[in-house]
Write a protein that binds this ligand. Structure first.
Ligand code: FBP
Length: 547
């Protein structure tokens, strides 16, 4: 493996951990939990793992002895910076508690567990991945673990290896599956514990007790660096509007965090679009208004941030997408058998409700085609493949052209489209993410040694220096509610969307008019790994404002 000088220097970085994780740990039980909603339904579905107490770790003077553990680890879903440090933290934690413990990595995501594809993770292997980005140490995948047959296969494969605990590093869907698996193993008396770890750049896996998911900090800093660079280019050339779509799936946390870091002229927040019941036209008008006003000041350039999930939050589009989801599931083979996109569009349009057909047939063909692309294994539209940024540029162009003809606009409008997502998901973790993930891995090791199952590893008080962070566990069932999935009600972890009454959105809303008219760009520059704390160890603005 050829390594860059930064990688070599970074390998030596020693992640900072909470004080309690440095020695022997005493587990303190907090209040008993309930699910966030639908308590009786969830309790019925999780009779063994519902209502568990919150856990926090405190320093303990005694030297505890733990038996050796055999643990399997899985990386699930999209990459997020810090995954390798969860694994190194888990490895070091297990070894510290008992040097005979072993760690196995299941390959390629949850499917590795079902297909029994694994490798033992040794200190030599781990050494190459400390503080690096990526999930390539064992790979990741999006296979859903939900069928009983899969659980039985998982049980069989764990038994073969003598595994007594699984750590599932994933987002809301994967941690939901972790909870279901934990319950199943208890019900079967399998003697296999399951611990989840909150991963996702999207930042939508959070609660009072899970302050942030890992990877959000690094990914947003990478995107903010790039947005800052583009804004400086825009301000230098003064001839383009840059429309920048940002990953984040449904939630707009990434777009909001990047807006707080870079102060663009416009940032659309999907949750607000939905709350205000806005149409696509309304969104376009909002952008056009800024373009026209800026032109009056002689500014024919700007930056527009767009969350990738926007289309799903425009009420009419939301209904359309939900109808399309059902239709595409029902007529999958018929749709796939059709030769051209036009035929597919016509076939589907004929089956939509009148209102949705109206919306669908008025979309540009290329955009409508993107709404027909395959869904992911969890039934989600793959929003990263929908080019909202290009659609918005075209729609703004059409409107300003009309305004020009009417004599209401005498500026210029030229759009440039960008999409930032994959650029940030495997970046080397910031100090914050490197420390946070290593601590989460350590925490998972302790939860396992203490015999816990159905818990998510949790590290809180993240605004304080790492030494003062509080490690512990949160019952996964406490984060659940019932939602409709594939036509049936299912227990799932409730997604955390941007709160319009929260402080991060409030700060943005208080400043956006100023940022729109007066160019107030901030250029955050690249992530710094070495140097003063106030440059290298800053948490995200979202975390700073929320806590
Ligand atoms: P997770 O929810 O699995 O963490 O994935 C996050 C994400 O990066 C989203 O922001 C994005 O929409 C999606 O993954 C893209 O998926 P894929 O990697 O399959 O293209």
């Amino acid at each position: 493996m050829i390594k860059s000088p930064l990688q070599i220097a970074r390998e030596k970085y020693v992640p900072k951990v909470p004080a309690a994780l440095k020695g022997s740990v005493k587990i303190v039980e907090g209040r008993k939990t309930q699910s966030v909603a639908d308590q009786s339904d969830i309790e019925k579905m999780f009779p063994n793992t519902y209502g568990l107490p919150l856990l926090s770790f405190e320093t303990d003077g005694s030297e505890k002895k733990y038996p050796a553990q055999k643990v399997g680890v899985i990386l699930s879903g999209g990459q997020a910076p810090g995954g390798h440090n969860v694994i190194s933290g888990l490895f070091d934690g297990l070894k510290r508690l008992n040097d005979d413990s072993k760690l196995y990595g299941f390959l390629g995501g949850p499917s590795g567990l079902i297909d029994n594809e694994y490798k033992e993770l040794t200190s030599d292997i781990i050494a190459h991945y400390r503080n690096t980005g990526g999930f390539d140490i064992i790979g990741s995948g999006r296979t859903k673990l939900e069928e009983e047959a899969q659980f039985d296969k998982a049980l069989e494969n764990c038994k073969k290896l003598g595994i007594n605990a699984l750590v599932i590093i994933g987002g809301d869907d994967s941690n939901t599956n972790a909870a279901v698996l934990a319950e199943y193993f208890v019900a079967k008396g399998a003697g296999i514990q399951v611990i989840g770890v909150p991963k996702t750049i999207d930042g939508d896996l959070k609660t009072e007790m899970i302050e942030t998911s890992f990877g959000f900090d690094t990914a947003c800093k990478v995107y903010s660096e790039l947005i800052g660079n583009i804004q400086r280019d825009a301000n230098s050339a003064r001839k383009y509007y840059h429309f920048i779509k940002l990953m984040g799936r449904s939630a707009s946390h990434i777009a909001l965090e990047c807006a707080l870091q870079t102060q663009p002229n416009i940032a659309i927040i999907s949750e607000e679009v939905e709350a205000k019941n806005m149409t696509l036209d309304d969104v376009v008008d909002q952008i056009v208004e800024v373009v026209v006003k800026r032109a009056e000041n002689g500014d024919n350039f700007g930056s527009v941030l767009i969350p990738e999930g926007l289309v799903e939050f425009i009420p009419a589009m939301k209904s359309l997408i939900s109808e399309l989801n059902d239709l595409l599931a029902k007529y999958e083979s018929e749709v796939n058998a059709l030769e051209s996109n036009k035929e597919r569009r016509d076939f589907v349009a004929a089956k939509l409700s009148k209102e949705s057909a109206e919306v669908f047939t008025h979309l540009p063909g290329s955009f409508a085609n993107q709404l027909l692309l395959d869904r992911d294994p969890h039934g989600n539209v793959q929003v990263s493949m929908i080019e909202t940024e290009k659609l918005l540029i075209d729609m703004v162009k059409t409107k300003v052209k009309k305004l020009k003809k009417e004599g209401k606009f005498n500026g210029k409008f030229k759009g440039q489209a960008h999409f930032f997502g994959y650029e940030g998901r495997c970046a080397a973790p910031t100090n914050f993410d490197a420390d946070y993930t290593y601590s989460l891995g350590n925490t998972a090791a302790i939860l396992i040694a203490e015999g816990k199952t159905g818990y998510m590893a949790a590290v809180r008080n993240l605004k304080a220096p790492a030494d003062e962070w509080i490690a512990g566990g949160v019952p996964i069932t406490s984060m659940m509610n019932m939602e409709r999935r594939h036509g049936a009600m299912k227990p799932v972890i409730r997604k955390a969307l941007v709160k319009l009454d929260g402080k991060p959105f409030g700060k943005f809303a208080d400043n956006r008019e100023d940022w729109a008219m007066n160019t107030r760009y901030v250029y955050p520059g690249p992530i710094q790994y070495f140097g003063p704390k106030e440059v290298c160890d800053l948490p995200s603005k979202t975390l700073e404002l929320e806590r």
